[in-house]
Design a protein around this ligand. Sequence first.
Ligand SMILES: Cc1ncc(COP(=O)(O)O)c(C=O)c1O
Length: 372
Amino acid sequence: MNKTSIPLVRTFVGDEEIEAVTRVMKSGQLAAGPEVAAFEAEFAATVGTKHAIAVNSGTAAIHAALEAAGVGPGDEVLTTPFTFAATATPILMQRATPKFVDIDANTFNADLDRLLAAAGPKTKAVIAVDLFGLPVDNGALAELRARNISVVEDACQAIGAARNGVAAGALTDVGCFSLYATKNLMTGEGGMITTDNDEIARSARRFRQHGQGERYEYLSLGYNYRMTDLAAAIGRVQLGRLDAINAKRRKNAALYDELLSGIAGLQTPFVPAGVEHAYHQYSILVDGSRTQSGVGRDALRAQLQERGIGSGIYYPTPLHLNPLFANLGFAAGDMPVAERVATRVMALPIHPLLSEEDVRAVAGAIREIVGA
Ligand SMILES: Cc1ncc(COP(=O)(O)O)c(C=O)c1O
């Protein structure tokens, strides 16, 4: 086996993160305490929302947001099938029904016209995903909100992104972040809910803490979704690095754009006007029927791997075609755009530890293999 010399993912951890964890370990306060409170305040200031509520995963954040939106049995929640499962599994956790809507061929986000057409009397909420770090179109989503449908922003991949000057996580009623180890800002595992709405914030704080009002006063079903001070201490250091990390990702993306544009059978990421992309992923589409060499996505990945270059597929199978969602009654062909994109999409290394030579090496290898 060839050892990968340019891996798909590398996490940035410096001495400061290690020192922060050591400080918390020595303090004796490991569970939620002052570090979590400080991280929440700093995170809210970064996103520009009144509240930030720390939890222990992005999944927990989305679950709490749905609870705050009042989603329950009998309700429908619209979302995209082209995402990680945890966008949609919290809908099942609330015993509501996911309704998938096909995606836009350029942004890979849920198609807004289809969302509007699919919204009906049972639609309680929409989960809009800032896929790969490209924030949703808040202007278009306003029409759903006007119909009294809550819009949850799955900003799990989009910390530091913005649309028309508004930060991801502040674009709708409530934003949900993942701080998983590979995210642009990470705490190992972790999550954050952002909102300007006092009621949503109150509900989320209760939900993460066993539904308690006063201590040992159980008002509603809740969970243990609390973040630790250890995780928060890492996150606070990472917040200080966020601009530099995202600037490096954007620089890498701009170089890929330049080196990979205009190649038959290859499509680089589309970025709408007014969008500041966070490039959690830099995903291209490869159409093997149009590349000069006839090489398609899977063969390209295999040949890159032989040269020591990692790549990934997000996501190989749209959610509606997974066994977990089979009972919703969707079949192959129901979401043609998502299904087509899933066969062509591949993510290139974009992490901040790549050198310019790395990016040039990846792009050069791709050009050679597809015959550009
Ligand atoms: C789009 C999306 N939604 C939800 C999640 C769930 O986040 P977590 O893994 O922190 O639970 C992730 C993270 O992997 C994600 O990428």
